[in-house]
Every structure is written in structure tokens, then in C-alpha cells.
Write a protein that binds this ligand. Structure first.
Ligand SMILES: Nc1ncnc2c1ncn2[C@@H]1O[C@H](COP(=O)(O)OP(=O)(O)OP(=O)(O)O)[C@@H](O)[C@H]1O
Length: 230
């Protein structure tokens, strides 16, 4: 796999919002008006009355149409990152796009089609369990980038996390002083993730919710706030 891979996922139109005469549809989804996107495995191009519009053809590593499952995206793009991470290589998978474009749908998924995050969590634990000759410390943090500021969603305060950038060799770029949770069991991380999701939906701070959940879920011994990174 290339070091960086860029994929585009087409979302089915929401009839009331997107399917107006000005929104081009895509091939296979039925043309709306005179324009449509033609898509194949690695490219998209805009057609007007079936003729390509100059300057509107774009090539990507992968292009997925609306019928793709999260599991297929995971298998093609993310599984190798997880295997690499277990072997000691850094890896990142992120969804980027305008509001309502399907980032949450892709990352979280649903019960019927779990998204990238639950699939990755399971894979991390399964892969680590297979490596019987090594010990793993699995830790999670949770933060958001909002208006170009980084918020640690595990903390109760509203302190912004500082960002460090340096061109020096071996410099530690990124942010620091965020909380990490050490997790030993896959089911605990799944519980943690459910709580994260609940917090996002309810707009509650995660640590407050986790504290409430520790007793009922008996998580106190398995998940603890282990370290404040400096
Ligand atoms: N591939 C898809 N198939 C079916 N429905 C989808 C798909 N992608 C997104 N949706 C639906 O479109 C709506 C918006 O998607 P989603 O919430 O994932 O967008 P988002 O990019 O996370 O938006 P925001 O940036 O506002 O949080 C949701 O109702 C979601 O279920």
C-alpha cells in the first residue's frame, strides 16, 4: 500500500435535501437534470448531457459508490494500517468532508455495518492476541479539532491543547497534555466508545459520563486514567 491513500465515498442523496435540480447525481444513481457524476474505481468526472465537462475529472486511489459497505472500505484501506501499528509503525485513518457528507457514518457505522473505528478496535485486540510473544499497552485519547483549536474531550475544563510544530529532526510534533485511558479488554474499549458516542449525542463531557458508568459497567478496574502525557 502507498504511504498515503486518498479515497472518495459517494453518499446516497437525501431526497429532501440534496436531490434538487442543481445537484448533479452520479452514474448508477440516476441522472438529475442534465448533469451527473460518472464514477469508476479510481476516478470521478462530471458529465453534462453525457459529455465530459473540461477540467472536472479527478483521480483518487479509490472511489466508492453508494453501495459500498464500511467493512469493504475498512478491508481495503485501514486493515493494513492496523497490522502495521501492531508491528510498531504509526498510522492514521481519518474522514474529511463537509457537514453531512458521511464522516460519522463511515467512522462509527451501525449495528448492521460497523464503521472504521469499531472494526479497527476489534482488529487491534485480535492482532495483539495473536502476537503471543509480545506484550501490548493499548491507550486511547479523545479530542476534537474545532475552529482550528484542539479540545481534550476527556477533561472537565475548557483548556485548549497546545500544538507543537518544529522542522527539527526527531522533534515531537503534535499536541501534548492530553489524557490517555489504558484499556486492557476489547469489550471495555467498546463500552468506552459507546459512552463517547452518547456524550457526543447528548453534548456531555465524557469524563463525567464515564464516572457515572464505571460502577454500573464494573469498568473501574479495567479502565483507568493512567497518565497525563508531557
Ligand atoms: N454512505 C451512506 N449511506 C447511507 N446514508 C448515509 C451515508 N453516509 C451518510 N449517510 C447519512 O447521511 C447523514 C449525514 O451523515 P453523517 O452524520 O455521517 O455526516 P457527517 O459528515 O458526520 O456530518 P457532520 O460534519 O455534520 O457531523 C446521516 O443521516 C447518515 O446516516
Amino acid at each position: 500500500m502507498e504511504k498515503i491513500s486518498v479515497a472518495v465515498r459517494f453518499r446516497p442523496p437525501k431526497s429532501s435535501v440534496d436531490a434538487d435540480a442543481d445537484s448533479p447525481s452520479f452514474s448508477g444513481g440516476g441522472a438529475v437534470g442534465n448533469r451527473e457524476w460518472r464514477i469508476d474505481d479510481s476516478g470521478i468526472s462530471l458529465l453534462h448531457r453525457a459529455v465530459p465537462v473540461p477540467g472536472t475529472s479527478f483521480v483518487f486511489d479509490h472511489v466508492f459508490n453508494e453501495s459500498v459497505t464500511n467493512a469493504r472500505i475498512y478491508g481495503l484501506l485501514v486493515r493494513s494500517l492496523i497490522r502495521g501499528a501492531v508491528d510498531g509503525f504509526n498510522g492514521t485513518a481519518f474522514a474529511y468532508g463537509q457537514t453531512s457528507s458521511g464522516k460519522t457514518f463511515t467512522m462509527n457505522g451501525s449495528g448492521a455495518d460497523p464503521g472504521i473505528i469499531p472494526l479497527a478496535v476489534r482488529d487491534i485486540f485480535d492482532t495483539a492476541a495473536e502476537a503471543a510473544d509480545r506484550e501490548f499497552l493499548i491507550r486511547v485519547s479523545y479530542m476534537e479539532i474545532y475552529n482550528e483549536e484542539i479540545n481534550d474531550l476527556l477533561t472537565l475544563g475548557s483548556e485548549k491543547l497546545p500544538i507543537h510544530e518544529s522542522l527539527e529532526v526527531n522533534a515531537r510534533n503534535g499536541c501534548s497534555n492530553f489524557l490517555l485511558l489504558a484499556v486492557t479488554l476489547c469489550k471495555d474499549l467498546c463500552c468506552f466508545y459507546s459512552v463517547v458516542y452518547m456524550c457526543r449525542v447528548c453534548g456531555k463531557k465524557l469524563l463525567t459520563m464515564l464516572n457515572k458508568c464505571y460502577n454500573s459497567l464494573s469498568l473501574e478496574k479495567q479502565i483507568d486514567i493512567s497518565e497525563k502525557q508531557t
